[in-house]
Every structure is written in C-alpha cells, then in structure tokens.
Design a protein around this ligand. Sequence first.
Ligand SMILES: *[C@@H]1O[C@H](CO)[C@@H](O)[C@H](O)[C@H]1NC(C)=O
Ligand SMILES: *[C@@H]1O[C@H](CO)[C@@H](O)[C@H](O)[C@H]1NC(C)=O
Length: 262
Amino acid sequence: MMAALLLLLLGCSSFPGLLTVQINQRPIIGILAQETLDLYRYGKTYIAAPYVKYLESAGCRVVPIRLNLTHEEYERIFHSINGILFPGGAGNLKTSAFAKAAKTFYELALKAFDAGDHFPIWGTCLGLQLLTMFTAGKDLLINTDTENIALPLNLTNAAASSKMFWDFPPDVYKALSTEPLTGNFHHFSISVQAFLEDEKLSKFYSILSTNNDRKSVEFVSTMEARKNFHHFPSSEEEAAALIYNYSPRYVPTSDYIQIYFF
Ligand SMILES: *[C@@H]1O[C@H](CO)[C@@H](O)[C@H](O)[C@H]1NC(C)=O
Ligand SMILES: *[C@@H]1O[C@H](CO)[C@@H](O)[C@H](O)[C@H]1NC(C)=O
C-alpha cells in the first residue's frame, strides 16, 4: 500500500539502542519473512532483497526474522533488534504465520511503548494493511483499483511535522507531492472514509498522505502512529482552542512588538 520509495532512509540512524544510552550508529532492523507462494521450490519462506538493500542504504544492518518461532524466541529477538519492517507481499492477514508473527511484534512494541521504550515498526503494503487490522481489531480493507500505478502523494497538514517527513529535503518533499514517485501495487486499501469512521484507527494514527485510485476512491497512502494520545475531544473544540482565533496587537513600545491580549 505504501510506496517503497518512501522508506527513504529516514533516520534509521536515529533509532535508539535499547539497552544502552550510547547512540547506536548502525542499528539492526528485523525484516519479517513471509510464506512463499509461487516460488515454493526455492524455499518455504522469503524476504525480497530490495527491502534489505533499502534498509542497508540507510545505514542499518538487517536481521531476517523467521516464521513459526516460539513466543520466547520472538521476545528474545525483539529485545535484540532496534526496529522491524513488515514487507509487502501477499498472504492471509489472519491465518498466515507471517500475520501471527507480525502480531507478536506489534503487541510487544505496544507493551514496550507503555513502559517508555521505543520500538519502531514500519509497514509497507501488506505490512501496512496488517497494522490497520491489528489496531482496528478487524479487517476494514476494501478492493481498490491500485495495481501498477505511480502517483504523487496528496500530503496532509500532518505530514510536514511527522517523524516520517519532517527532515525531508524541501525539494524531495515537493517532488513527492507533485511527481508520480510512489509505486502502488495493491488490490486492497484502507479508504479514508473507513479510517475516519473507525475510532481506534483514527486515534492511533495520523494520515500523512492520501491518494485516489483509478475510480476516485480515496485511500490512505501513508500514516504514522501518534506520539501520544492527547487530543481535543472534537475538531470543533480543537479549532476553537487554537491561537489563530486571536489577533496580536502591534505594540511599538514593547520589546515584543506584537502581543496577544485576552
Ligand atoms: C508453520 O506452522 C504451520 C502449522 O504447523 C505449518 O502448516 C506451516 O507450514 C509452518 N510454516 C513454516 C514456514 O514453517
Ligand atoms: C489528490 O486529491 C484530489 C482531491 O481529492 C484528487 O482529485 C486527486 O486525484 C488526488 N491525487 C492523487 C495523485 O491521488
């Protein structure tokens, strides 16, 4: 669902080390393997090499995470790596060994976050679809006409300050929203409507970009978990609380030149 190009390296080098306060300049990121479908004769599970390359190009080292390990084994890996990538592909979102292992890491990451620890999870395509399922607790995906189409991103207001995009060079940021730089190879999407109607999803993630499929169905193309859950109870209350409801006065005798008065 999310374009591979977006992985662009975003500060893999800023993933914190887990057990040490020293900055880990060469973090280790896990990539979750998936069940092989049509290339079974080569092996039962696989990781597409481009995922390894793009993490490496950001300065990470990669650990493959095999399927069907025990919970204890996954927990040990979880405490040994700095983040995990759920790749795109195909597979059952509920019953595959891929989905089950991904859920284990998702739950461990939530638990770690509650304890003040950070464990970044990146989901591309099927990986992103899985994340919407884990968070919503149900499958909200719909069929979209989004196979083999390159699109510019319709970036939302939340994008510029997001962890994903804040330090993009301005020309790259602009190009992302004006040129068809993101590849879409998916038959399912989370529509903007379903996203907004689901309270769990809309509380947990901010939409960073949307796109229209060939039939003008608007879907979420990039989203990011919120850093915390504090928010105004409604968008009306939020709008009413913002300082933009007020105008500063020009006070030439003041050191501040302009001041808000209430
Ligand atoms: C994982 O375990 C299931 C159930 O035992 C089995 O059917 C499947 O082949 C295993 N998959 C892999 C990749 O080992
Ligand atoms: C961006 O949003 C507009 C308005 O909804 C839509 O018409 C357009 O197709 C979208 N662009 C892309 C590339 O999805």
